[in-house]
Write a protein that binds this ligand. Sequence first.
Ligand SMILES: Cc1cc2nc3c(=O)[nH]c(=O)nc-3n(C[C@H](O)[C@H](O)[C@H](O)COP(=O)(O)O)c2cc1C
Length: 171
Amino acid sequence: MTDDDLAAAAAGPLDTARFRQVLGHFCTGVTIIAALDAEGMPTGFTAQSFTSLSLDPPLVSFSPSTTSSTWPKIEAAGHFCVSILAEDQEVLCRTFAESGIDKFKGVGWWPAPATGSPVMLDALAWVDCRITEVHPAGDHLIVVGQVLSLKLQREGKPLLFYRGGFGRFEA
Ligand SMILES: Cc1cc2nc3c(=O)[nH]c(=O)nc-3n(C[C@H](O)[C@H](O)[C@H](O)COP(=O)(O)O)c2cc1C
């Protein structure tokens, strides 16, 4: 039996819709991952795949799509800063999930201390990193970053992403 046969026998065909439906039940926070491009202009995109990876050494990871137009600019910069979004930053999140627009137009940011990568104003926290590894993984890449500097920026609750929609955290 192939893997596909086993999956079909267990739960029905492993198609795109089922993959999205099941994995969409995994709730995440939302980040904007940003860097300065070769011209010194800010560039970035919305990512839910950000995760804490290792404490010693301090590592994080995220997974850009191989079709992302922003990722090659971040890779060329060699570093990035992750802004962890607050519950009132859904509009920012949606803006940075669009391709081919001037995402930073009218958006407040400041340069992170170690790398100069953009930190989004009013994000809950930021994590400033150097790219150490990039691994191919299907239609995405797994990017590992060494944490150079990080800080909480303000009090507040996180923006959450669940089943294709946005929500708020209640303890
Ligand atoms: C909540 C949310 C989370 C997302 N997470 C990711 C992600 O982890 N990786 C990814 O490649 N795209 C993710 N996307 C889609 C990208 O943000 C989007 O494809 C990208 O910004 C396209 O712009 P680009 O061509 O400038 O990269 C996410 C979108 C949303 C709305």
